[in-house]
Design a binder for this molecule. Sequence first.
Ligand SMILES: [Zn+2]
Ligand SMILES: [Zn+2]
Ligand SMILES: [Zn+2]
Length: 348
Amino acid sequence: KAAAVDFRPPGGVQGLVTPRTMTSIAPSKGLSNEPGQNSCFLNSALQVLWHLDIFRRSFRQLTTHKCMEDSCIFCALKSIFAQFQFSSERVLPSDALRSALAKTFQDEQRFQLGIMDDAAECFENLLMRIHFHISAESREDICTAKHCIPHQKFAMTLFEQCVCNSCGATSDPLPFIQMVHYISTTSLCNQAVRMLECREKPTPDMFGELLRNASNMGDLRNCPSNCGEVLRIRRVLMNSPEIVSIGLVWDSDHSDLAEDVIHSLGTCLRLGDLFYRVTEERARQAELYLVGMVCYYGKHYSTFFFQTKIRKWMYFDDAHVKEVRHSSACGSTRKMRRMASAASSLHL
Ligand SMILES: [Zn+2]
Ligand SMILES: [Zn+2]
Ligand SMILES: [Zn+2]
């Protein structure tokens, strides 16, 4: 919960970084959200895309695309990225992207102007639209285009299958692609309690296993040959995504689990722990570090992100940008400091 974290105002960091670094970074910018616009979900997704070094750098390389003129999400994203980089304004309007998004999803009645929507689904859809603009010839479930950032860097290519230990029957493997790995917060917390019952204290490698157990919980199927056995589904990862997004789903509007969820979050994730099996050696070895988090609190989205160039956690709440301060002794700040020190070993 953002409210529990300590901040100091932007501009207080100059003395801590070298002049060379200062000249090479564009300071973080806020995104405006006028009353009635309800753009915080889009602003959060946008801050994530801009601050992900892998995305920002790869997107910069892209030049040609299938243009959709005034509903072109690719053009709107190019334009706001140019403003992030070169504008002298501290707060930018995200209106052009908001309007392109609304026009693109008019038929589905999603992401319409003035209406609040879901940040994770917005993030997913922005990625899928980028795929459409740059590799429309490939189907989105089998895209292998080398320049397609969404599929090359973000997509998890999976199949799920049931295998019966009792009679040996197996179900047909079901292949699919996901941009966000969704997990129920209730399962996450229940599973965390169960896992802690059988160990002394939490260990760093627990987080991946916790996510795997939580996403398997309650997901039981009957044996494919109906021998009477009830089976857990097995998910196998077949590629090696560079960025993994986890979506925590709040099962009710009035969940009191926020504190428990925060305590069960880890800052390091081994891809090998997240799925039943991981086929690529590179993915099996991969250790990913937390670099960003979008929070939903009080019907409002805001974002924490680790800025690799200044090695600091920043907080983005629409137009407001603050550095997350590390000096206070309060619990949430300690947690953020742990996150920051974990993320600072990242080399993107
Ligand atoms: Zn365009
Ligand atoms: Zn693609
Ligand atoms: Zn069976």
